[in-house]
Design a protein. Structure first.
Ligand SMILES: Nc1ncnc2c1ncn2[C@@H]1O[C@H](COP(=O)(O)OP(=O)(O)OP(=O)(O)O)[C@@H](O)[C@H]1O
Length: 573
């Protein structure tokens, strides 16, 4: 619960209103049966003026109760929504500090469910608590006291009813508790399946996998449904049981009073207010059960959100390092690396130096560690051993903003965000002018298709950039990568979807317009890096060759093999 504590102070004004309104509401509910009893007594005594006076009081109390109830509902909803928004923002802010490894550990789908469904559960818990938590004890204790005061001889009916109702509630919740814990995991599973299948819809259709995908989804959704149905069953047995218990209690009271009416004629006036209080005691227990059910779900969600908030990012930037103006040299000194929670050594004892302004190609078979090497340069992960330096400074000692300004990493899979083309380009440089965008898109060979749009840079990017081809996406993400004139540019297989002519034009433009930039070009094809100043050759995580194309052709067996294979493929094609 300490997750929510700080917010209770923040909204103390609104909270005070919910507390006062709930007290007034419960007070009005308790007062009404007493007034009813007085009216009945006045009727039996034939005092009509008193009947009228109390009738007016009854109406006033009912209106006050109604107003207090409405105010309570409005403010409880307002406080709950505000607290949920605060917790959501805090959680999202925390996730932004996570390293790649932290996000992989939770998984994206899991974090999305925590940010949406779990926060929704917390909002419901806060709202029901504000509406019911205080109301329940006031109603319970007040109605119990007043019922006994009204007809003290019938105390045993109250005791039997309360014990039965508590036993029913305890039994139902003992069954329901574990099911609530299960639900969040099943929601996550269903969401992940839906997301994966919809994102990969082209693959699903082209491999005729609709039936399999449907079956997997149905199985997960069915499991979720089963748990929800079980919870529904438990709730639905509770309600008729409660009704039965209260009807029996009322019938018992009337029967008992009926038998005693000769001895106590005024009991007739009391019996209706007594049964009214019985119903209120019952209501208090039902409200308690309701709060418990939301609490059971809400507490699971609070725990899941706290887990995110309490996670210390595995990779942090030194906060007291000032911004630095770094040169574009890169140095790997005896670097080895394994992904978190994985024993396999992906990079082994890598050492090399790249001078500022050099163009470096990186080649190697698939899975040889090229992307991993690039990720270490951009400090998306820290090496397990050795140091990575840019501008002669260990990356662990580089200010985060300076690192992001110095190194621009164009990922293997081009990712654009929905909005406009300009919004995406400005992710590379916040204050990019139209001139900057024109220059960057010309380098990336994107200008020719963007300028065909009437709205040019304001052209919309749909969700998952579905309105662009693979090659257009790559060109836009290269433009975003070069727009800020980075000192170090990493292109991770970023031209793979471009035709040979466009790829050549991009390389020429980079050479011409970003002369001082140190460029790393990761490529499957040797032809893409043949003109690089130097080429690094990776093989199963080891650096097995380094030099120009001509040098490597002479002295690197791995390079010769890759080159020969690719040559043969070209001839066959
Ligand atoms: N997040 C990860 N967790 C665990 N292992 C990973 C992860 N990413 C990559 N690997 C493993 O690390 C090794 C190197 O992968 P990497 O992506 O760096 O290779 P690559 O040379 O860029 O391959 P490709 O040319 O196919 O893109 C592979 O064996 C891969 O399975």
């Amino acid at each position: 619960m300490d997750l929510l504590k700080p917010y209770l102070g923040k909204y103390k004004g609104d909270l005070a209103i919910t507390v006062i309104s709930v007290i007034v509401m419960a007070g009005a509910a308790l007062w009404q049966p007493r007034l009813l009893q007085e009216v009945m007594t006045a009727i039996t005594q034939d005092k009509m003026s008193r009947v009228n006076a109390i009738g007016i009081q009854l109406i006033v109390v009912a209106v006050i109760g109604l107003i207090a109830g409405t105010v309570n509902a409005i403010f409880a909803a307002k406080v709950a929504q505000n607290i949920a928004a605060d917790v959501r923002e805090k959680t999202y802010r925390k996730i932004q500090t996570f390293s790649f490894a932290d996000i992989e550990r939770f998984s994206v789908g899991n974090l999305v469910v925590r940010l949406t469904n779990d926060i929704q559960q917390i909002q419901t818990l806060v709202m029901t608590s504000l509406q019911a938590l205080l109301r329940m004890p006031i109603l319970f204790i007040g109605a119990l006291y007043l019922a006994i005061k009204t007809l003290p001889d019938l105390w045993w009916i109250i005791v039997i009813m309360v014990i039965t109702v508590i036993l029913i509630t305890a039994f139902v919740f003992a069954k329901m508790g574990p099911l609530f814990g299960k639900i969040q995991g099943l929601i996550e599973k269903t969401n992940n399946l839906a997301k994966e299948n919809l994102q990969g819809v082209r693959v699903v259709k082209s491999f005729n996998q609709e039936k399999n995908v449907q079956e997997n989804f149905d199985a997960a959704s069915g499991e979720l449904n089963d748990v929800n149905v079980k919870i529904g069953y438990l709730f639905s047995v509770m309600s008729p049981l409660f009704t039965m218990v209260s009807q029996l209690a009322i019938a018992g009271s009337i029967w008992f009073v009926g038998n005693q009416v000769g001895k106590h004629p005024l009991w007739i006036a009391s019996v209706s207010s007594f049964t009214n209080y019985l119903m209120q005691i019952m209501m208090a227990v039902i409200i308690g059960g309701m709060v418990m059910s939301f609490a059971a779900r809400g507490l699971v969600s609070i725990k899941r959100i706290k887990e995110v908030i309490d996670t210390e990012p595995t990779m942090t930037f030194e906060q007291d390092v000032p911004e630095q103006d770094l040169v574009g040299s890169v140095e790997f000194d005896d670097v080895s690396f394994s992904y978190p929670n994985d024993d396999m050594v992906v990079l082994k004892d890598i050492s090399f130096k790249a001078q500022a302004g050099e163009m470096i190609g990186i080649v190697g078979a698939t899975g040889s560690g090229k992307t991993t090497l690039a990720q270490l340069m951009a400090r998306l992960f820290d090496p397990s051993k050795g140091t990575v330096k840019i501008g002669g400074v260990d990356l662990k000692q580089v200010n985060e903003k300076s690192l992001r300004q110095t190194v621009s990493y164009v990922l293997q899979r081009a990712t654009l965000f929905s909005g406009k083309i300009a919004d995406n380009l400005r992710q590379g440089k916040n204050d990019a002018t139209e001139h900057d965008m024109k220059r960057a898109t010309e380098i990336a060979q994107a200008a020719e298709f963007i300028e065909r749009y009437e709205d040019v840079y304001d052209h919309p990017v749909e969700e998952r950039s579905s309105n662009f081809s693979g090659g257009q996406k790559q060109r836009l993400s290269i433009a975003r990568g070069v727009i800020a004139d980075p000192k170090i540019l990493i292109l991770d297989d970023s031209t793979s979807a471009l035709d040979a002519k466009s790829e050549k034009l991009v390389k020429e433009a980079l050479d011409r317009d970003l002369k001082d930039t140190t460029t790393f070009i990761i490529a499957e094809k040797i032809s893409s890096v043949i003109n690089a100043d130097r080429i690094l050759v990776l093989d199963e995580g080891k650096l097995v060759g380094m030099g120009s194309h001509q040098e490597l052709i002479k002295n690197s067996a791995v390079y010769q093999e890759i080159y020969a294979t690719q040559k043969a493929q070209e001839v066959n094609n």
